[in-house]
Design a protein around this ligand. Sequence first.
Ligand code: TRP
Length: 329
Amino acid sequence: MKRVLTGIKPTGYAHIGNYFGAIKPAIELSKNADYQCFYFIADYHALTTLENKEQVQDYFYNIACTWLACGLDPNKVVFYRQSDIKEDFELYWILCNLTPKGLMNRAHAYKAIVERNEESGIDRDDGINMGLYNYPILMAADILLFDTDYVPVGLDQKQHIEIARDIAHNFNVKYGKTLIEPNDYIDENNCTLVGLDGRKMSKSYNNTIMLFGTESALKKSIMRIVTDSRLPGEPKDADCTVNKLYKLFATTEEAEVFEKELLAGLGWGEAKNRLFDVANRFITPMREKFDYYMSHKDEVDKILADGANRAREVARGVLKRVRKAIGVE
Ligand code: TRP
């Protein structure tokens, strides 16, 4: 059985792009009996961006409840909180010693900030703390601590997985084969969603539709979708944002009918109402579960504590192997 592991950084509320692009595929993968899945909330990675403890707690529970509400089954997935696994931070330190500084200098996220700083004529390392700089090493520890074979991530994380591989390789060369060299698992036809303005749906464009906002917030977002100025009665394009989003939530038959009606001149107002109806129908059962977990945080804590216990069992074994290899045990 292959081990699959991924981390979810709790730095915002999930939107429907996250749902279709990451949450849903990861949950489907966990139903495949060939894989043993470890999914965790990377709360210590989020520290590089979060400002205060309220935010840390708010995003942490929000993300945990989101994944549970979307159907993550804690009996199938080892679901835990990164900060509960102290072994991770011990491995992190060991790995720091196998990571050339130059490798970190080449990390995209760090480089992008340096370039931005240089362009604005300020100190190249302005605003960069060591947490951000060493971020990829902690991520390598997250992965290597569990003998991970595959790491499902978006394209933006590909380099981080390569770094984890490199570090594992360095370790194995220096101390003998100890760590599994992981592979990324990037779904080529993974969908990126269009956002309200027709660009890729992304928090940084402020064009998202929140997954678990209230019903009226959902409606408001949908009403904000940018359309052209064609009037009711004038034919619309099949590749418009409203139609693309409708397809995600509707049955195949519904989607066919809807597209025909758009081509035949369905008005934007009516089209958006219809999109709201299918989206809300799709989201409501999950939103109810989400609300349930958000008001039963003790249950969430229990699920994650149990996940941490199971994760720790594996982590201890791997860390013991590592400690022996380097000579501290
Ligand atoms: N860096 C990842 C992101 O920003 C989150 C993450 C942390 C992660 N540790 C991980 C992903 C380990 C995969 C494996 O999305």
